[in-house]
Design a protein around this ligand. Structure first.
Ligand code: AMP
Ligand code: GLY
Length: 424
């Protein structure tokens, strides 16, 4: 089979590698891809948000499947358009991708179906939101844009002044455009976070190995929120008992709720969970694989990825056994200095080995381009240096050893990925 993957970051590189390992894949295409991906897939310079451009590309390439990886094209209905043109796909249609595309929708769904999440109210008028926050008088206050905002639409305000500024920036100043024209104000929850990615065909849900992201830019969870500076899998805080509870109270109820709303979810559903003193609760849903969670989860997948994609398309996921390795995996993101704020690109990367570094190490490219045989930096997050090991400590040791062999000007990475998980 030939597969076209839409997207061009570290997550897509990990998806491409899982597909490259499949015995059923002949040719891989990617749009737009990146420097690292171009070694394994034929890359085409069409933006992932260009719905009609990607549909045209699919018509030209005639792949057996199109795998839509990022949130924006899914929310914009790329899968719907591809299906209309007769293509088989991996990823939810727009009416299910709304689970990530609208927090107002997902919160209302959880309320209606009794799925545990933070208590909340929604607002379109700033003065009403501000008087609600004042009346609640509970800080930190959590204020979220309804729509997609590149991971920046969540503000945890430590006092009333900060909360008021957040509300005004969204509802009055239009800082997040249409995404911020409605907001959610919710209860602040505490506890460790767990990501669980799950395969689902709309009826059956099969959770993958759990993981833990590290969202802040600097060590000890300091600095600004980023797309993710590193991940580990499995997450040692996610015990069998918690997994069973999540299956019963969160995963299955979500899949059933979406089906009974006439919005069956097909693809990968991302559960962002918090293990609160009152049990696991949903922080957010994403309608796709996480980045950089995918980089540590897919290397542990033993089942052929193409069998899973086919089973989901045919809605036969219940009859497929998905197997996972019992090893651990760690990913350390090397970013451009200054990320997530201003940073420079075009720096030459040295120390990369085409063969995937040493044994047990693979370097996923997030923001690189290949120019005259040289890899140059081309984004905020540049590389995801990933290692597997018999346990988390050895995976981390191997990943950090590999990080030290790679360099580019002003490279920045966290030195404490996995530390909290090891000291649980
Ligand atoms: P989100 O984009 O919704 O995942 O939010 C980004 C981050 O903000 C999460 O990973 C949490 O660390 C934090 N966060 C979001 N909602 C809450 C909440 N209700 N209570 C505490 N922290 C939260
Ligand atoms: N790593 C967080 C996300 O993919 O949204």
């Amino acid at each position: 089979m030939n597969v076209l993957v839409i997207g061009g970051g570290g997550r897509e590189h990990a998806i491409i590698m899982a597909l490259a390992k499949s015995g059923k894949v002949d040719k891989l295409y990617c749009a737009p891809g990146n420097g690292g991906i171009s070694k394994y897939a034929e890359c085409h310079p069409v933006k992932a948000t260009d719905i009609e451009g990607c549909v045209e590309l699919a018509k030209k390439l005639q792949p057996d499947y199109v795998f839509v990886a990022p949130d924006d094209p899914l929310v914009l209905g790329m899968v719907d358009r591809l299906n209309e043109e007769g293509f088989k796909t991996f990823g939810p249609r727009a009416n299910a991708a709304i689970l990530e595309g609208s927090k107002v929708f997902s919160k209302a769904l959880m309320k209606k179906y009794g799925i545990p999440t933070a208590a909340y109210e929604t607002f379109t008028e700033a003065d009403k939101a501000i008087s609600y926050i004042n009346q609640q008088n509970s800080y930190p206050a959590v204020i979220k844009c309804d729509g997609l905002a590149l991971g920046k639409g969540v503000i945890i305000a430590k006092d009333f002044e900060e909360a008021k500024a957040a509300v005004n920036s969204m509802l009055l100043d239009g800082k997040f455009g249409k995404s911020g024209s409605e907001i959610v104000v919710e209860e602040f929850m505490t506890g460790p976070e767990v990501t669980v990615l799950a395969f689902t065909d709309g009826k059956t849900v099969k959770p993958m190995v759990s993981s833990m992201d590290h969202k802040r830019a600097y060590d000890n969870d300091e600095g600004l929120n980023t797309g993710g500076m590193g991940t580990i899998a499995p997450n040692p805080l996610y015990t069998k008992k918690i997994a069973d509870e999540c299956m019963e109270k969160i995963f299955m109820p979500t899949i059933k709720a979406m089906a009974s709303e006439g919005r069956p979810f097909k693809g990968c559903l991302y559960f962002g969970l918090m293990l609160t003193p009152k049990g696991p609760k949903v922080i957010e849903y994403n309608c796709r694989f996480g980045d950089p969670e995918t980089q540590v989860v897919l290397p542990l997948l033993k089942t052929d990825m193409m069998d899973i994609i086919t089973a989901i398309w045919e809605e036969k996921l219940d009859s497929l056994d998905i197997e996972w390795s019992d090893k651990a995996c760690a990913c350390v993101v090397m970013a451009s200095g200054g990320y997530p704020e201003k940073y420079e690109t075009g720096k030459e990367i040295s120390g990369l080995d085409d063969m995937g570094q040493t044994e047990n190490v693979f370097v996923y490219h997030a923001g690189t381009r290949l120019e005259e045989g040289k890899f140059l930096t081309a984004g905020g997050r540049v590389l995801g240096v990933t290692a597997t090991g018999d346990d988390l400590q050895s995976a981390l040791d191997t990943a950090y050893k590999a990080v030290k062999t790679i360099s580019f000007e002003k490279a920045h990475y966290r030195t404490d990925i996995g530390k909290r998980a090891l000291n649980k």
